[in-house]
Ligand binder design. Structure first.
Ligand SMILES: Cc1cc2nc3c(=O)[nH]c(=O)nc-3n(C[C@H](O)[C@H](O)[C@H](O)COP(=O)(O)O)c2cc1C
Length: 181
């Protein structure tokens, strides 16, 4: 099978990790692959936060509905839908932009998630397991205060990643006929 198609079918969420660092070259490739993703109007309305501080990882693990594997992941990336980027740019150019509305946030969240999925697939192809963490949305104000997020940024799922601890389990059997009408 074509390796790209194979990587899509092989990916699965991984929540148990070996105590082994992610090689810098792999980390760079994962992030580089993420930023190859298409974005609305080529605006790249997202920011990737690489959480390296163990204390912040610990706070994430607790505030994301107590999911301890987050604290154990050597690579924790937050894909932040970030409308502030262009506001800052316009203001720097002495323009007076309107405040972002719901459509802007939707586009920014789309940008962030599409980039995150690129990262997930590339990590999987490198033998690095990962898991999205949607629960960051529940306490995003708390965690945002730890990271100085502003009101014009929106927090989509963060993402944790590491070499999987367990041997591969079978990916779920999803056939097009069961999910597509
Ligand atoms: C937006 C989003 C949020 C998710 N949040 C969590 C989460 O907080 N914790 C978790 O263990 N898995 C989370 N997952 C992983 C899903 O549970 C998982 O993708 C789903 O059960 C299908 O399994 P698979 O990824 O192995 O195919 C999330 C997935 C997505 C796409």
């Amino acid at each position: 099978m074509n390796p790209i198609i194979q990587a899509l079918f092989n990916r699965k969420s991984v929540r148990a990790y070996l105590d082994r660092p992610i090689m810098p070259a792999d980390r760079d490739l994962i992030i580089d692959a993420a930023i190859q993703a298409p974005t609305a109007g080529n605006q790249t309305l997202y920011t990737i936060l690489d959480i390296t501080d163990q204390a912040l990882k610990d706070k994430l693990a607790v505030s994301c509905d107590n999911q301890p594997f987050i604290a154990k992941a050597p690579l924790v990336l937050i894909f932040l839908a970030d409308c502030r980027k262009w506001l800052d740019c316009y203001r720097f150019a002495n323009a007076t932009p309107r405040e972002p509305a719901s459509g802007d946030f939707l586009l920014a969240a789309s940008d962030a998630l599409i980039a995150a999925q690129n990262a997930v697939v590339v990590a999987s192809a490198l033998g690095i397991g990962s898991c999205y963490i949607g629960d960051i949305l529940e306490n995003c104000a708390y965690f945002g205060s730890c990271c100085s997020w502003t009101a014009s940024s929106f927090r989509p799922p963060c993402w944790s990643s590491a070499t999987p601890l367990s041997s591969r389990r079978d990916t779920p059997n999803r056939s097009a006929s069961t999910v597509a009408l």
